[in-house]
Design a binder for this molecule. Structure first.
Ligand SMILES: CC(C)(COP(=O)(O)OP(=O)(O)OC[C@H]1O[C@@H](n2cnc3c(N)ncnc32)[C@H](O)[C@@H]1OP(=O)(O)O)[C@@H](O)C(=O)NCCC(=O)NCCS
Length: 176
């Protein structure tokens, strides 16, 4: 049975495993085709789950990561989050991905996940959360700012699929 990392309202965040969760992650990625199109200019890969589980920053291992799935009360996967603990430096947890099923966006699921990750980070002695956002993703930028994140610097442009993106780094204190 999968460990529940945190519960927030009627949602449970659990650690996902490639062996058991590939299909559900692929399915959610297909439902989030708008995000893939914005980021890469292409539809989501059929096996997007492979990239999700393989994404581990340099110097980290899968054991340092939380590959989180958020399940609703019916047991349906409605969100993914990818968190690298103690990265890029001790005391910092890095959110590599937050992806909410379009049918439940704007209902507080994203905010609940951020709250849960913040609480767990604080409980484990971390002091800040960090992430990067492509500037084309204006909705996400607005979302992160409402969650207490501030832009700290411009990052070098990066290519995702067919598109080149300007990016910014954002940081939030986990104890506020
Ligand atoms: C961005 C995203 C994670 C937000 O999650 P969500 O569950 O829709 O957000 P919530 O319902 O928790 O909203 C929290 C706040 O953000 C605001 N917000 C959420 N979605 C918004 C949108 N599409 N446009 C404008 N504001 C939005 C809400 O109004 C709310 O503000 P409030 O607390 O002042 O009322 C989600 O829309 C998503 O998965 N988008 C596609 C993937 C993506 O861009 N991920 C982020 C990559 S950096």
């Amino acid at each position: 049975m999968r460990a529940t990392v945190f519960t927030t309202g009627r949602f449970r965040a659990k650690l996902l495993q490639p062996e058991t969760d590939n299909a559900a992650v692929d399915d959610l990625s297909q439902r989030c085709a708008d995000y893939a199109l914005m980021l890469t200019g292409q539809p989501p890969d059929r096996d997007a789950s492979a990239a999700f589980f393989a994404a581990v920053p340099d110097g980290k291992t899968l054991a340092d990561m939380w590959k989180l799935g958020v399940f609703d009360s019916a047991g349906k996967l409605v969100a993914l989050a990818d968190v690298a603990r103690e990265h890029p430096a001790p005391g910092t947890w890095y959110i590599g991905l937050l992806l909410i099923d379009p049918t439940v966006r704007g209902r507080g699921v994203g905010a609940a996940v951020v709250r849960g990750v913040k609480q767990e980070a604080a409980r484990n002695g971390a002091v800040r959360l960090m992430l990067s956002v492509v500037t084309e993703n204006e909705r996400a930028l607005k979302f992160w700012k409402t969650q207490g994140f501030s832009v700290t610097r411009d990052l070098p442009p990066k290519r995702f699929g067919r598109k080149q993106h300007a990016r910014v780094e954002l940081v939030a204190n986990v104890r506020c």
